[in-house]
Every structure is written in C-alpha cells, then in structure tokens.
Design a protein around this ligand. Structure first.
Ligand code: ADP
Ligand code: ADP
Length: 236
C-alpha cells in the first residue's frame, strides 16, 4: 500500500528553483534514500514533507490524507516522525526521562492528566529503549552517552508517536563507519517489523547502496534517476 505520495512538488526562492516537479511514492516498510549533491534540494524536500516549509505547488499525501502546507505539529500527529541532524536531547536527564519527555510533550497529553498514566509513559519509554537496544542505558544521564548511542536514543524518541512514516535527515552524519551500519540495520529492522516507511538523506554512498530499497537522485531540484541500488549504481 502507498504510504507517502508526492506529486509535482515545487519550491522556488526568488529565481532559484530549489525543488521542481518532484513526484514519487513510498510504500509501508520501504526504505527510500534521497541523494544528490549540495544544493540539489534535499533539505527543501524534507522541510516540505515535515511542514517546516510550504510548497509553491504540488501535493503531499500520507496514507491518503493531504498534509500539504500543514503545520509540523499537525503532520506529526498524522503519523509522520522525524529525527534531527543535531540531537535535541536533554543531557542532564536520564535516557529514559528523555523518551518520557517526548511521549508527554509530543501531544500524548493523557500522560499528564493521571498519575497512573505517568507509569504508563515510563513503561512505554522502557519498551522503546529496548526496541533500539538501549534498555541497559535507561537510568544513565543522557550527557554521558557516546554519539552513536545518542543517535539510537533519537530513533527511540522519533518512534514515540508510533509514526507510519519516518523522515531521517542525514541520520549517520558524524558517526564512525561501523556505527553507521549498526544504526541503519536497526532502522531497517524496525521499519520492516512495524511496516514503517523511511525516507532518508545520506552523503555516504556505501550506506545508501547497502541499506536503501530504492534510491531517488535529485539534481538542481529535479529527480534525474530512480531505482534499486543495483539500477542506480549501474547508471552512475
Ligand atoms: P540540499 O539539501 O540538497 O543541499 P537545499 O534544499 O538546501 O539543497 O537547497 C536547494 C537550493 O535552494 C539551493 O540552491 C539553496 O541555496 C536554495 N535555498 C534553500 N533554502 C533557501 C532559502 N531559505 N532561501 C534561499 N534559497 C534557498
Ligand atoms: P544540508 O544540505 O547539509 O542538509 P543545507 O545546505 O541544505 O544543509 O542547509 C540547511 C538549511 O539552510 C535548510 O533549512 C535550507 O533551507 C537553508 N538554506 C540553504 N541554502 C540557503 C540559502 N541560499 N539561503 C537561505 N537559506 C538556505
């Protein structure tokens, strides 16, 4: 089934066509990489998908519902999660508390209302940390984590709202090669198990070719190639 449908997405800044007529689809459980040189329009596409930028024209639909031009918070509630390039975690709070904050602040206000549900948030945070292999770190201050572990924590936080679509803007930036592989394997496993569609940007072509099911190649705002890693590599 089609999870994300993008049709004719277009955005200009003055005379610069940042994104021009971009159309693609993403299925549940599929991992799609968006690649292209600096200035190709990757960030602009991402920002329009998560509501931080308004397209000039085109349509974005998630599970058939129109998200075009809606606010980030609304899009988030419609089942779109994201990770951030710069970690937005609280260093003096524990790893578990960081996930609890995400569960509470990201709109599951029920957790605020009843003491009994505070315990539910605690349990849910534990479940998410186990999912990303961070259960053993739950009670440690976040600031003591290695960078690769912060990235896994960010993934747990992005999953707090049980997204159907996960947007990851350069998820492996700044990581060691082995950590990159681990993070992407983990992401792929969770995506498959929970039928989450993942769209990610990435500079490391080894990561892209190994972990993407399909690749979109953007250049000067236009999609110039699309296909499996084998197909795209063959054309390169
Ligand atoms: P990428 O993420 O692939 O590096 P961007 O989406 O950041 O590409 O940029 C695409 C083009 O749009 C570039 O030419 C960039 O300079 C331009 N651009 C992006 N954002 C803005 C903005 N807020 N104002 C003006 N030009 C922008
Ligand atoms: P990256 O390619 O590493 O993701 P970008 O170079 O695309 O980073 O820039 C990140 C942010 O800066 C984006 O939000 C983008 O819209 C903005 N940006 C990029 N180019 C310009 C520009 N020429 N003028 C203003 N903002 C820009």
């Amino acid at each position: 089934p089609t999870l994300l449908s993008v049709e004719g997405l277009t955005k200009s800044y003055g005379g610069v066509h940042a994104v021009r007529g971009v159309s693609f689809e993403l299925r549940a459980g599929e991992i799609l990489a968006l690649i292209g040189p600096n200035g190709a329009g990757k960030s602009t596409c991402f920002d329009m998908l998560n509501g931080q930028n308004i397209p000039d024209s085109g349509r974005i639909r998630v599970l058939g519902a129109e998200t075009t031009g809606k606010k980030p918070r609304v899009i988030w509630r419609m089942g779109v999660g994201r990770t951030f390039q710069i970690a937005a975690t609280f260093p003096t709070m524990t790893v578990r508390e960081n996930v609890q904050v995400a569960l509470v602040s990201h709109g599951q206000q029920l957790f605020n209302l009843w003491a009994s549900t505070a315990r539910h948030a605690r349990d849910e945070a534990g479940r998410l940390l186990d999912l990303v292999g961070m259960g053993a770190y739950a009670e440690r201050p976040c600031g003591e984590l290695a960078y690769g572990d912060v990235k896994r924590l960010e993934l747990a936080i992005a999953l707090a709202n049980q997204p159907k679509l996960l947007l990851m803007d350069e998820p492996t930036a700044g990581m060691a090669p082995r950590e990159r592989v681990e993070l992407m394997r983990l992401t792929a496993r969770i995506a498959r198990e929970q039928s989450i569609g993942v769209l990610f940007t990435e500079h490391d072509m080894d990561v892209v070719f190994e972990h993407a099911d399909r690749i979109l190649v953007l250049n000067r705002g236009t999609l110039i190639a699309e296909g499996s890693p084998e197909e795209v590599r063959g054309n390169a």
